[in-house]
Design a protein around this ligand. Structure first.
Ligand code: COA
Length: 162
């Protein structure tokens, strides 16, 4: 496969699970645009600038990846990026129902854009940004799930919010 794919999410913060999906998507597509949703309804811990900055830091040396914010509909963002594919990671069966709904709605709105699912690597199958934040807040070790600089920023922000 070639072309441009969009990998959307909140990335609050980016985990090694997200990095794994993104790297694998790059084996299928020429370019991956990471779309960072403002997700205001989720009341993110990191603001949009911080989330963008962390993703850019993680993928800094990769010219095949770009990181962009979006606040409207995902399909409009995908169209603006010239993408014809949306990539989503699937971790557990529990993700499936929501993801099928999302893909179905997006297909009705934009039939020319296909959604492709990649299964999360086994070791990240139970990782989520909110669980990582919670464990870190309670002084648990989340170093396995985060890039060292992301871990540093999370620890720093948690300290500052105490
Ligand atoms: N490894 C580890 N964790 C993963 C993962 C992976 N491979 N893939 C997803 N996750 C986690 C995330 O960390 C996140 O954890 P959290 O819920 O604890 O924060 C969780 O799975 C949810 O995934 P995320 O990737 O953040 O997506 P989301 O559900 O917050 O966002 C959007 C989904 C942004 C794609 C969706 O809301 C959207 O399209 N919004 C735009 C508006 C729109 O078009 N709406 C109509 C849709 S039909």
């Amino acid at each position: 496969m070639t072309g441009i794919a969009v990998y959307p999410g909140t990335f609050d913060p980016v985990t090694r699970g997200h990095i794994d999906i993104c790297e694998r998507a790059l084996q299928m597509f020429d370019h991956v645009v990471i779309g960072v949703a403002d997700s205001l309804a989720k009341e993110p811990f990191f603001n949009i600038e911080e989330r963008l900055d962390m993703l850019r830091l993680v993928f800094d040396d990769n010219e095949h990846i770009s990181v962009k914010p979006f606040s409207g509909l995902l399909i409009d963002f995908a169209r603006d990026c010239g993408a014809d594919v949306i990539v989503r990671g699937l971790r557990a069966i529990s993700d499936f129902e929501y993801e099928v709904q999302l893909a179905g709605m997006n297909r009705s709105l934009a039939p020319e854009i296909e959604t492709v699912f990649l299964t999360a690597a086994q070791r990240y199958a139970f990782v989520s940004s909110s669980l990582v934040r919670e464990i870190a807040r309670l002084n648990g070790d989340v170093s396995e799930f985060l890039h060292p600089e992301i871990l540093r920023r999370l620890t720093e922000k948690l300290e500052a919010s105490k």
